[in-house]
Design a protein around this ligand. Structure first.
Ligand code: PLP
Length: 393
């Protein structure tokens, strides 16, 4: 069988080399409950401590502010809970329409089931959050929780979180950053970012699924109640192999490789733009500061579902955007909210956008396969779209 070409690394990415080796060789030995008192279990407990210290060092924060969770979704839901907001005497939450569903849906829930006020900050066509609007909103609602993505999972657009924190400090607000897509692709220095809370996910960096991190230097309320793990703030038996996998995946991060990834991404975008006319293939948000690996591409009105399936038949795996939205009849809320195209409805525009997300494992030959297939596919499907078959009676 032909080798598959995987261009969906923002959805999830294969195990990093050290994680792969650990899972194949050593993980079966690591089955003790790290909270038990006998020596074989205490070895694992000690290694959890070391993993926390190692990761804290990578993120430039204190290990006492890092908690292992089940992933980005849990970390986000923990911070955006009524209980955490009230614990910090915050009664307003300020965010954007471009957030991941883990934020958007939790915020929906807050607005329906609590007296927390929600304020939405506007964005431009490039998918950048309007910081003047953020400042104006904070000035009207001091003492709020601000929650923003450090980098968008669909467009790759980076938010200047240091600027967000600067505004927050002026108005006595706290900041939560969803940094799930930034880890492993850009450098993260939590002290420099000056945020109060941050969410991370293991499987986006080559660790196992179902493991993540919450950074919290301010109070938060536990989502669950139970044992004393994670100082009682995230109870439940430690998932040791998954925790070890995050440490190993962080150890494998090599940001130098992102220069190569950016070259591949830029080559893809420049070539696609030069071989097709601008009304067919168009790169979204390409004027914004973006992650080096992400490209969001409008495909001339052709349904993204059709394109994804046709490319999959050729062994090329891409997505429409968020994996959480896969198969949903609703188009991406992120692309819909860009308001890029006034000639068709924003939803129709979004229905024709695909996401290509790369990793250092991708090659120029793989990019060439996509460059060969995508324009061909779009023009042949446009032909079908504009020339519907004559219906026989
Ligand atoms: N935030 C962003 C930006 C994401 O891309 C994702 C995953 O798609 C999440 C949060 C949720 O993370 P997890 O899959 O670990 O729950």
């Amino acid at each position: 069988m032909e080798r598959l070409i995987y261009f969906d690394h923002n959805s999830t990415t294969p195990y990093s080399p050290s994680v792969s080796k650990y899972l194949k060789q050593d993980s079966v030995e690591d089955w003790y409950n790290p909270s038990s008192v006998y020596p074989s279990a205490q070895v694992l407990y000690q290694r959890i401590r070391e993993s926390r210290e190692f990761i804290a060092n990578h993120l430039n924060c204190s290990p006492k502010h890092l908690f292992f969770t089940s992933g980005g979704t849990e970390s986000i839901n923990t911070i955006l809970s009524v209980e955490t907001l009230k614990l910090n005497q915050l009664f307003t939450c300020i965010t954007s329409h471009l957030e991941h569903h883990a934020t958007i849906k939790k915020i929906d829930c807050l607005s329906k089931n609590s007296n927390i006020k929600i304020c939405w900050v506007s964005n431009n066509e490039q998918g950048e959050v309007n910081l003047d609007d953020l400042e104006a909103t904070c000035s009207k609602h001091p003492h709020s929780l601000l929650s923003f993505l450090s980098a968008n999972n669909e467009t790759g657009v980076i938010t200047d979180i240091q600027a967000v924190s600067k505004i927050a400090r002026k108005y006595d607000c706290l900041v939560h950053v969803d940094a799930v897509q930034s880890l492993g692709k850009t450098s993260i220095d939590l002290e420099k970012l000056d945020v109060d809370f941050a969410s991370f996910s293991g499987h986006k960096i080559g660790a196992m699924k179902g493991i993540g991190l919450l950074y919290a230097r301010k109070l938060f309320a536990p989502l669950m109640y139970g044992g004393g793990q994670e100082r009682g703030l995230r109870p439940g038996t430690h998932n040791y192999p998954a925790i070890q996998s995050v440490k190993l995946a962080v150890q494998d991060i090599d940001l130098n490789k992102q220069n190569y990834v950016k070259k591949l991404r830029d080559y893809l975008e420049q070539t696609l733009s030069s071989v097709s006319n601008s009304s067919t293939i168009k790169i979204n948000c390409n004027k914004a500061n973006r992650l080096p690996n992400t490209s969001n591409i409008y495909c001339g009105g052709i349904s993204n579902q059709t394109i994804i399936l046709a490319l999959a038949k050729k062994g090329i795996y891409i997505s429409e955007g968020s994996a959480c939205n896969a198969g949903s009849p609703e188009p991406s809320h992120v692309i819909t909210n860009l308001n890029v195209d006034s000639s068709s409805s924003h939803k129709d525009y979004a229905r024709s956008c695909i996401r290509v997300s790369l990793s250092p494992s991708n090659t120029k030959e793989e990019i060439d396969s996509l460059i060969k297939s995508l324009p061909e596919l779009v023009s042949s499907l446009s032909y079908v779209n504009t020339n519907p078959p004559v219906q026989s009676a």
